[in-house]
Design a protein around this ligand. Sequence first.
Ligand code: ADP
Ligand code: MG
Length: 231
Amino acid sequence: MINLGTESQAFARGGNRLCFFDPSDSKRCIKVLRPDRDPLTKRAQRGFPRNLKPLRYFDDNREEFLVYQQIEKSIGESAFELIPRGFGFVDTNYGRGLVSEIITDSDDKISISLKQYVWIQGVTDELNSALDRFKRRWSELGMPSRNLLLHNIVVQQDSGVIKRLVVIDGLGWSDLFPLAYWIPSIARKKAKRKVGRLPESINELIEKKTLGKDWGYHGWLDDSKREVPPN
Ligand SMILES: Nc1ncnc2c1ncn2[C@@H]1O[C@H](COP(=O)(O)OP(=O)(O)O)[C@@H](O)[C@H]1O
Ligand SMILES: [Mg+2]
């Protein structure tokens, strides 16, 4: 079993999971369910009829792993232009952890989220062209996702220049009968709709900042947390 240490040693904390460096390979992270967001607690917070689903559906790691298998089958290698590589499960002191590639910049620091990038830089021409490339490819491949949230996309930079946008969370169709996994034309249409909502989310974030409102909870990586430890 891998001991990941205390919660404060996680480099990031999302709404559901803690992200730790993999002690055996710092290019990889291990995501575990937050102890206060276990499947029982999460199910209890859902309304009818979703709260009738078996407990395993409330395990984000399990769900993400299944989506990765589906993506490999239905989309294949090209998908990894847009999402991190996944390496399966390991046992940890927080239960089953899901191992995946950490997205880093050319200075080897962890890439920041699109939310953080926009908060700091606003919308630049460079960001717009990266967004256009991302949106085109995401739709072409018909990538499966829930609504794309700005803190679930990271901006990978090469010497300060945006290389690509990578979706690190929120994958998978949420429909009860996700036909899009088997019918590519439906997948492409749905994926296009999801990326089409990004400009609106970005505008809302900018408006929030302009009005002097709070950043919110998730997706901010302090510079000290972006440092990847030596292997
Ligand atoms: N593979 C990754 N590479 C770089 N940063 C990541 C990666 N996975 C997660 N992060 C960072 O950690 C935060 C939380 O991770 P996430 O998987 O979104 O957790 P949750 O499922 O709880 O929302 C993200 O907002 C992002 O900043
Ligand atoms: Mg997240």
